[in-house]
Structures are given as structure tokens and as C-alpha cells.
Ligand binder design. Structure first.
Ligand SMILES: [Zn+2]
Length: 183
């Protein structure tokens, strides 16, 4: 994905797509800077589109959420409620990533319609994600990315260490190519 194809200026390079097989039910980029709001995460917006498209109907293929940054608690909660079976993400989020919490969460009652995703995988397309986030953190990002800039300068390079994945193109074909399957 080209740098210019990622979200809008000043926005973190976070994109998400919801798939049923190869059918795209939702795709979105984070809108926090564009809208000046807090909970307009790429993954949540993409899942809202999928929810609107599906209603109470079920898909033959299991739902997959693919996102360039590890989902937060809110978005993983939405994924459980929507019935997402697979969560793929590019790089771990040292800020609000909640995958570890999800692994320790157990629904009080096991229900087919309210269950944890069966597969949660990070580290997809790591080189592209690394390049995108590194460029963002070192360049035009808002002050909110200071945590990343500091980490990039640090000798430990904690952020860089965590940059283990990817992104995808704004164009539909590129999105499919990038997320058609784990690399
Ligand atoms: Zn989120």
C-alpha cells in the first residue's frame, strides 16, 4: 500500500476490513483526526458496515476481521458481538492492544452466537506495516504519537520491536490481495 493511500493526512495508518470468505462486508480507515472523535476506530467502523450489511442473517463463510493494528478492548468486544471468528492484525499495539486480555476472557455461558474468535493472529504483512508506522511516527503524526517517536529513538526500540506487521491498500483489489490469507 502506498503511503499516500493510507487514510487521511495526520491519521494513523490504520485500516480494517471485514471478510466473509473473499467477500468484503466492510472496510474502513481510522477517522479520529478527520472527525475529531475518539471511538471511530477503523476496525469498529468496518464492523459496523458488516453489521449493517448482514443484519441478523448469517454468512456461509466465517467472518474475518483484518486490521493493521492490534484491536483495542472496544473493538474486540464488537468483534465478539458481531460473531467474528478470525482476527488478523499486523502489528501489536503497545497503547491499547487487548488481544492478551481476550485470551484470558471466558464468556459466562458458552453460546454459538457469543463466543471468542477461534483464531487471533498477529504479525501479518509486518514489513509494510513497519514502514507505514515508522514513517508516520517519524514524520507528520500528531502529538498523540509521541509515545512512538520516543520509542523509535530509544536504544531498546520497543516500538520497532513490536512492529511486526502490515497494512493494505485503499483499492479493493489491493485490500483483497493483502488480506486474502496469512503470509
Ligand atoms: Zn479499537
Amino acid at each position: 500500500m502506498s503511503q499516500s493511500g493510507v487514510s487521511s493526512p495526520g491519521e494513523m495508518p490504520i485500516g480494517a476490513v471485514v471478510l466473509a470468505g473473499e467477500e468484503i462486508l466492510g472496510e474502513a480507515y481510522t477517522q479520529e483526526q478527520a472527525l475529531g472523535r475518539r471511538i471511530v476506530h477503523a476496525d469498529l467502523l468496518a464492523m459496523e458496515q458488516a453489521d449493517a450489511a448482514l443484519g441478523f442473517s448469517r454468512t456461509q463463510e466465517p467472518l474475518t476481521l483484518a486490521v493493521s493494528l492490534e484491536p483495542c478492548l472496544m473493538c474486540l468486544g464488537a468483534a465478539v458481538t458481531l460473531g467474528v471468528k478470525r482476527v488478523w492484525f499486523a502489528l501489536e499495539s503497545p497503547n491499547d492492544g487487548a488481544v492478551d486480555l481476550l485470551t484470558r476472557w471466558h464468556p459466562p455461558v458458552e453460546q454459538a452466537f457469543f463466543a471468542k474468535p477461534v483464531e487471533v493472529r498477529g504479525g501479518l504483512h509486518h514489513e509494510r506495516a513497519q514502514a507505514l508506522f515508522a514513517a508516520y511516527a517519524s514524520g507528520t503524526g500528531p502529538l498523540g504519537m509521541a509515545w512512538a517517536q520516543g520509542a523509535l529513538r530509544g536504544s531498546g526500540c520497543r516500538f520497532m520491536h513490536r512492529l511486526r506487521v502490515a497494512g493494505f491498500g485503499r483499492d479493493r483489489e489491493g485490500t483483497l490481495q493483502a488480506w486474502a490469507g496469512p503470509t
